[in-house]
Write a protein that binds this ligand. Structure first.
Ligand code: FCB
Length: 444
């Protein structure tokens, strides 16, 4: 397999997110985000880590863009920190923040790298969380304002836009399970966050369409093939409920299909039954591309003791399946299968793999990191992707997660996903063997 097998118009990039790399979290006029405050709460982030310094990308963006270029990538996906642009989420803009992203964009363009901007990658301004965050009706006005500011400011230079990063990820981990910021729990919080988020993805798309001439607009979804543990009716139905949540909850309203409540009636009980034409229309947007982010499949078994969902994940480890340092199952066929699942929606025009990668327990040996496991992972997953592409699925590009080890949310700095190793004491980047492998792969 060579990169050229994917075709001349297929692009290769790396993906990052502001809160995970920038640092300077309380400098240059930036307001606090929910991740700044959440990380101060004892026990929330492993080893008490926090995103204050992260990879210091704020001061090192030139080198980092040069680094991704040196590995042969042509696309850089990064996100805009909402509270750097609008310190309290709405109202007056912070000119220093505005200037920073101009500099990052200009540097990309200077180095011949195409920027893909994610508008929301999980770092909600804390001031908005104080008003209820994604559970509050008012979030939509604030989000629309943020989108408009970004589109008007950078729309002349940047044509590729991603409205949201993994809406199911942040609404479930942040508003139902409490493992991520802002640490809220329960289904009432979850479903109201879901609804406002689903509105935000469509309205964000509409604002970009109106403000940015020639825009290429997408949004991203975490996706995982959901596999029933056995073929018993109970397991199959439990897997179906989980699939509604993990894979269908946000894309179906965006495509004009409404929420997948016909397959899981609990949504109606949580007043998410917005099936009138007006709601359906408000939740719909004609995205130019759908971003898929895949890491692992999930195996589901019926379990009567789990409230509402009555489903339980049987982990890769306990099934003795190969897994990454995060315990995530390595299964490239499931990547292929979930791509097919999303490509089967007739209204999906183009797909882009906007994240894929793996964390392992990397060790620095002198000046090298011999991460053979990560190389094997990428080879397997890229072969599966090529298979899907050769079958005619419209996949435009691939972005590896991620350029360099960074702040991995509740896991702190210990989960290393980078193609370059970050020495967090010196901020040195050391290209891992997997980064060198990509350089070789992309040159062919
Ligand atoms: C995704 C997130 C990304 C990163 C990877 C490992 O779910 O979008 O920020 O944390 O997982």
């Amino acid at each position: 397999m060579k990169a050229s097998d994917f075709g001349d118009d297929f692009f290769w990039g790396v993906a990052t997110a502001a809160a995970q790399i920038e640092g300077a979290s309380a400098s240059y006029g930036k307001g606090p985000s929910i991740w700044d405050t959440f990380s101060k709460r004892p026990g929330k982030i492993k080893k008490g880590h926090h995103p204050e310094m992260a990879c210091d990308f704020y001061h090192r963006y030139k080198q980092d863009i040069a680094l991704l270029k040196s590995l042969g990538f042509s696309v850089f996906r990064f996100s805009i920190s909402w509270s750097r642009i609008l310190p309290s989420g709405q109202g007056a803009v912070n000119q220093e923040g505005i200037r920073f992203y101009h500099q990052v964009i200009d540097e990309c363009l200077l180095q011949g790298i195409t920027p893909y901007i994610t508008l929301y990658h999980w770092d909600l301004p804390e001031a908005l969380e104080q008003e209820g965050g994604w559970t509050a009706f008012s979030i939509n006005t604030a989000f629309n304002h943020f989108v408009k500011v970004c589109a008007k400011t950078y729309g002349d230079k940047v044509k590729n836009w991603i409205v949201l990063n993994e809406p199911f990820g942040f609404t479930s981990l942040g508003y139902m399970l409490g493992i991520h910021a802002p640490g809220k729990t329960g289904l009432t919080n979850f479903f109201s966050a879901v609804h406002h988020t689903a509105i935000a993805q469509a309205e964000g798309g509409r604002i970009l369409r109106a403000e940015v001439a020639g825009a290429n607009i997408g949004t991203t979804y975490s996706c995982s093939q959901v596999v029933p543990y056995t073929q018993s009716d109970a397991d199959v139905l439990a897997a179906k409920r989980v699939d509604c949540l993990m894979n269908r909850l946000f894309i179906e309203p965006a495509l004009g299909m409404g929420y997948p409540q016909a397959d899981w009636d609990v949504m109606e009980k949580f007043s998410i039954n917005h099936s009138t034409w007006r709601h359906t229309e408000r939740l719909t947007f004609d995205f130019d591309f759908i971003g898929l982010q895949n890491y692992f499949p999930i195996t589901i078994k019926y379990n009567a003791f789990i409230p509402v969902l009555q489903a339980w994940e049987v982990k890769a480890k306990s099934r003795k399946k190969p897994h990454t340092g995060m315990g995530w199952e390595i299964n490239a066929d499931s990547f292929y299968n979930v791509i097919r699942q999303f490509a089967a929606y007739p209204k999906v025009k183009n797909l882009i793999i906007t994240e894929n990668g793996a964390a392992f327990h990397d060790k620095l040996t002198g000046t090298r990191v011999h991460d053979q496991e990560r190389i094997s992972y990428f080879k397997l997953y890229l072969e599966a992707l090529l298979r899907a592409k050769k079958e005619g699925i419209n996949i435009k590009g691939y972005m590896a997660w991620t350029l360099m080890d960074n702040f991995e949310w509740a896991e702190g700095y210990n989960a290393r996903f980078g193609l370059a190793y970050t020495d967090f004491k010196t901020q040195e980047r050391i290209v891992k063997d997997s980064g060198l492998w990509f350089r070789e792969f992309l040159s062919q």
